[in-house]
Write a protein that binds this ligand. Structure first.
Ligand SMILES: Cc1cc2nc3c(=O)[nH]c(=O)nc-3n(C[C@H](O)[C@H](O)[C@H](O)COP(=O)(O)OP(=O)(O)OC[C@H]3O[C@@H](n4cnc5c(N)ncnc54)[C@H](O)[C@@H]3O)c2cc1C
Length: 266
């Protein structure tokens, strides 16, 4: 059983507590559907049915409590998932440790030209090293200023304001499986930022081991599935009334590029 997974340079995801299994989901669903499913093959079918039809409440019967350590800029994205419960390390009460996320050279890239929110092509080795050094030096300077203020007796709640977003924070975080799968769907997705993806991928590995049948259904119906619009469905079902050229005018440029990526013309 996975107990702790290291993430990035100083981060981790540690399992504190878990409640429920695939069986708890099936058991809860049987309240709705009576005695209909009793064998494990039927359990799998039932879980797939629930996932397929977005009957989500049985998945809320499972919960997980994690101890997570991540850089503050990742935590800012993480806490947007409002349906979890969280208690974070207090930089008013305690000193912030000298731990900063310094990306590896291979993870330093250029601004993407087609996705305003993402990374694009690679920097040269020398440029990536320069960027890494800049981040490292900036982190050291900021921590030195923080330490100086603390040594002068400045309140911790004020001294911390000079610390950059790549410093690490920690929190306990509890979430039910339904909302956890929603987070994984969004944050393990290739369009999510690399650093949050690393944490989401770690939790995904824990979920895969914890509730394997649910995870299998999640991968099939959510992670590897995609939304097909009414027009796309007509075209893909070889409905003669819907021509490929028409899709572009209905969708607009960006949506058509996405469609074309998923279903290139034969
Ligand atoms: C690739 C990507 C880019 C993003 N870019 C930005 C950005 O530029 N700026 C930005 O601000 N955010 C951004 N976000 C964050 C995004 O908008 C969501 O806030 C975040 O992903 C959390 O999603 P959620 O609200 O579905 O999750 P949760 O907060 O976990 O909510 C889960 C579900 O419960 C519902 N819910 C939660 N709380 C309530 C409530 N009080 N009342 C009713 N329903 C509720 C939600 O509608 C949702 O369906 C980005 C997210 C991703 C994945």
């Amino acid at each position: 059983m996975i107990e702790i997974l290291k993430v990035l340079d100083h981060g981790f995801v540690r399992v504190v507590d878990k409640m429920g299994t695939d069986s708890s989901i099936v058991q809860a669903a049987r309240i709705s559907y009576g005695e209909g499913t009793k064998h494990s093959s039927q359990d799998r079918s039932l879980i797939r049915y629930l996932m397929r039809h977005k009957h989500t409440s049985p998945f809320e019967m499972c919960e997980i409590k994690l101890h997570i350590k991540m850089p503050i800029f990742v935590a800012r994205q993480w806490i947007r998932h409002r349906t979890a419960n969280l208690n974070e390390y207090s930089a008013r009460y305690s000193l912030m440790p000298d731990e900063f996320y310094i990306p590896q050279e291979k993870d330093i890239a250029l601004q993407s030209l087609d996705n305003k929110q993402g990374r694009g092509g690679a920097l040269s080795h020398a440029q990536a090293r320069e960027v890494r050094t800049l981040i490292e030096e900036q982190s050291k300077t900021a921590y030195a200023a923080y330490k100086q203020m603390i040594e002068k007796g400045t309140a911790r709640e004020l001294a911390r304001v000079v610390l950059p977003q790549n410093i690490y924070t920690q929190f306990y975080w509890k979430c039910d499986l339904h909302n956890l799968l929603h987070l994984i769907e969004l944050r393990s997705h290739p369009t999510a930022q690399f650093e949050i993806r690393e944490f989401s991928n770690a939790i995904e590995a824990i979920v895969k081991e914890w509730v394997p049948i649910t995870y299998e259904a999640f991968v099939d119906y959510r992670k590897e599935a995609c939304l097909v619009s009414g027009h796309a469905k007509k075209y893909l079902s070889r409905n003669d009334k819907c021509k490929r050229e028409e899709l572009e005018s209905v969708f607009g440029k960006t949506e058509f590029i996405e469609f074309d990526h998923n279903w290139p013309e034969e």
